[in-house]
Design a protein around this ligand. Sequence first.
Ligand SMILES: Nc1ncnc2c1ncn2[C@@H]1O[C@H](COP(=O)(O)OP(=O)(O)OP(=O)(O)O)[C@@H](O)[C@H]1O
Length: 921
Amino acid sequence: MKQTDKLKEFSAGQRWISDTEPDLGLGMVTETDHRTVTLDFSAVDESRRYARDSAPLTRLVLNVGDPLQLGEVKVDITGIDVTAAGTLNYRVRMPEGDIKPLPEALLPDTLSMNRPLDRLMSGQFDPAHWFRLKQQSLNLLGQAEASGLMGLCSARAELIPHQLYIADEVARRYAPRVMLADEVGLGKTIEAGLILQQQLVSGLCQRVLIIVPEPLLHQWLVEMLRRFNLHFTVLDAERCEALTESGESDPFSSTQLALCPISLFTSKPDLIAQAENAGWDLTIVDEAHHVELGAEQDADPAYLALSRLAAASKGLLLLTATPEQLGHKNHFALLRLLDPARFSDYETFVSEQKKYQDTASKISNLDKNSAKVSELLDQHGTGRILFRNTRRGLSGFPQRKLNAWPLSNQAAAGASSQTAAGADDNESGGLESDPRVQWLVQWLNENHDGKVLLICAHDALAIALEKHLRLRVGMRSSVFHRHMSLLERDRAAAYFAGDSDDAARILVCSEIGSEGRNFQFCRHLVLFDLPTNPDLLEQRIGRLDRIGQQHDIEIHVPYMRDSRQEVLFRWYHEALSAFEQVSRAAFRLYNDLRPQLEAYLDVPDASSDDFNRFLADAAQQNTALQQELEQGRDQLLELNSFNAERAAELVHSIRVFEKDCSPEPWLLSVLDSYSVFYEQNSDNSVSIVPGEDMLLPVFPGLPDEGFEACFQRSQALSREDRVFLSWQHPMITGAMDLVIDSHQGKASVSVYIEEHGWPAPRSPLIAQCLYRVKVSAPAHLQLAKYLPATSTTLTVALNHRDDAAQVTLPADFADALRYPNKAATREFMQEHQKTLQAMLTHANLQAAKQCQAAIDKASQRMLASQTAEIKRLLALKQNNPNIRQEEIDYLKEQTLALHQCLGKAEAELVAIHLILNPKQE
Ligand SMILES: Nc1ncnc2c1ncn2[C@@H]1O[C@H](COP(=O)(O)OP(=O)(O)OP(=O)(O)O)[C@@H](O)[C@H]1O
C-alpha cells in the first residue's frame, strides 16, 4: 500500500521504498539532516544517501485490516498511531487474539504486501485491462532490459557511430577512468553524457561530479538536461556560500548530480576536502588540458585540486580535444590523474611511447577485426584509457576553405600592428585606420549571406572592435569575452544564434571566451589575428567545424604583408597546412621549431629567402612526421577508438530496438488507464496534459501545464521544443514503476458473457496468473545484464478429471468478457475457493519450473561471461599495466555476489486475472 503522495518529512525509523530500485526491499531511515536522508536497506545490505528534495522514495503506510506476515506468524493490523517523532506505531492482532504494538521499524525488510490472492479474496479487484497493463509492462520492460541499450538510445542525439562505439566500450567498465580526446567538435560532451547515462541506467554509478571551465557551466547544464534529461545542480562559489549561510556544512551532499566550475576549487581550496569526501562514483572534467604543471612540478592549483578529486572518485572521464596543447609533459600529467601508479615516471612513459611503431607495424599486417588486433591494442601503452577520433578517420565532415586576404596599406600598417599588439588600446580611432577593419567592413557590406564569427586574441581588442562595428558602422553585432558574466555570454550567444532579421550578424570573440562553445550554425570564420599555439588555432576553427555544420566552412585570414601576421599565416598555411585540415603533427613541429619561428616573428620579413627555406623545410618535416604518426601512435589510437563494424552493429541494434520496442503504444494505454488527457497530432507528436479526473494527483514526469512530446528521434532532433519520450524519460520510467508496483491490476476479475468457445468445458473458472522472477540485488551488480525483467503468464482451468491444466485463450477472448457485479462475484468465489486453490497450486508449480529454467540460463550466461572477462583481464595484465587490479577484484566479487543473488531468485505471483463462467456450473 504505497502512498502516491510524496510525504518528504523524513525521520529516523520510518520505512520507505525506493522508487527507482524497488528490489532493495523496505528501507529504514537511519540519518537525516536538512539536505539529505540516509536509508538502510537491510534485505540487501545496502545503504543509500539521497538529496531530500529529490529523493526517489515512497513512504510505506499499511492500512487497518491489512494482513501481515511476521516470520511464521500472521497478524492483522487493527490500528495506526503516529508518534511525535513522525514514525508510525501499528497495532496488530496476534493469532491468539491479543493486540500488540508494532513500531514500523520492526516491519520485515522484505515485506511484500498486497498479495494478489489477498486482494482477490477481500474483494479488492479491478477490471481486466489493469491486469493486461501489468502484463504488457513487464513484457516490454523485459524486452528493453534484455537489449542492454536503454542508456545508449535515450539521448536526444543523432546516432553517431564513433560516439556510440566509445560510449559502449567505456560505459560497461566498472569505474571507468579514461581520457576522451576526440578532435575538437566531434562530440566529447555527448560521449561523456552517453557513458554517464548508461552507467546510471545499469546502476554502475549514482553520484556524479562534473567540473568545467566556468564559461561552460550553463552549456553543460543545458546539454545534460536537454539531451539526457539529467538535472544537475550547479554548485558555484555563490551557491556554496548561500548553502553555507543557510546552515549547510557540506554543499556536495545536497545533490546526487553536481556541476562545478574548476575555479570553485582554486578560489575556495577548503571545499576540496569536502568534495573529496562526497563519494563520487564518476567525475567528469571538461577541457582538462587547462590544468598546467607550471614551472614548478605540480604547482598549478587547478592541477592540485584535480589530483585530489581524481584520486577520491571511483571513475574519471577527462575531456580534451587538444591533450598536448600545453606540451607532452602536461599530457603525461593528465594521464597521471587517471592512474597515478601506472603513470608515475615521465621518462619511462616516454620510452614506452617509442614502442608504438612496433605494435603498429605488427597490426598493419593483420585483419583489423581479428582477435589478435584487439589483443595487441589492449596491450599497447595508453590503449584502454585514451580514445581519440579524428575527422580523417570518420566521414561526412564539411570542407574547410581558406580565404587569405593580404593587405598592404603601408600608411595604416603602423596603426594595425599597434592595435594587434597593444591589445589594451580601446580607441576606435586606431581601429578605423586598421586595414583589417577596413577590409572587414567592406567584406561584410558586400557579402550578406550568413553569420560571421570573428575571433581575436585579446578581450580589449574584441570589445573595441565590436563597439566600432556597432556604433561606427551600424552593424548588428555581439561580443564575447572573458570578463562577461555567464548570463551576459549566454545572452550574447543567443542574440547571435537567433534567425530573425534583428539577430546579430557578427559575433566578436576573444580567444578563451569562446572555447567549447557551439557555433556550427555559422559558416564564416574571420581570424582577425593568429595564435602562435597551433592547438589554439584548431580550437578556434572547431567552433564552426563541429557536428551539425551543414556548410563548407569559409576561413578568412586578413593580414598585413610583411607583418608578424604574415609570418604566422604562412607558417600555418605552407608549413603546417593547418587551416584546411587538422594537422596532427602541428604541435610537435611547433615545439621543435619554436626558437626559429619566434626569431622570424620578432623581425618579420616574409619575403626573405631564409624564411622561405625555413617554411619549405618545415613542410617537409610536417609530411614526414604526419606519416610517422599515421603509421605509429595515431594508427593505434584510431584503431582503439573506433571499430566501424562494431559501431555499425550498435547503430543497427538501436534502430531495430527503437522500432520493435517503442514505448509509444504502451504509454498511450497507460495514459488511458489513468485518465491522463492526450491528443495525437497529425505529425506523430502527442499533446499530454493532466486530466481533470486523473486517477493520481500527479502523473510521473508530467508537469501541471502538460507538454507536447514525440517518440521519434528524428522529430526530437528537429523539434527541440518537444519532449523526447525516450526510454529514460521520467514519464516512461515513472509510468513503468507505477504500473508494475501499483496495487491496481494485482487482482482482476471478469465474467464471461458470450458463447465464445469457452476453452475449458468443465471449469467454471479460468485463472490467468502473471509471474515474474523476483530477485533482490543491489543495482551496481547489473543483474539485468544477465537476467532482464522476466515474466510469464500461465492460464489454468480445471480439466475433466478435476485436475488443473493449462489452457489457451483465443486471441479475441477479451471481447467476451465484462466486469462483474462485485457482490455476486465474492459469493461465487467463496463457493469456488477450493477450485481456485487447486488451479493456483498448479500454476505456481509450473511457474516455478519456468522461472527456474530462466534463472539457470542466466546463471550459466553470467558465469561464462564473467569468467571470460576475468581471464581476459588477467592475461592482459601480464603485459599491460593499464589493467587495474581493482577492476579484476571487482569482477570477482561481482561474480560471487551475482551467483548468490541468482541462487535466491524465485517466481513471484505479480497479478491474477480470474475469469468466471457461471453457466459452466
Ligand atoms: N550525436 C549528436 N547528435 C546531435 N548533435 C551532436 C551530436 N554530437 C555532437 N553534437 C553537437 O555537435 C557539437 C559538438 O559537440 P561537443 O560540444 O560534444 O563536442 P566536443 O568534442 O566536446 O567539442 P570541444 O572540443 O569544442 O569541446 C555540439 O553542438 C553538439 O551538440
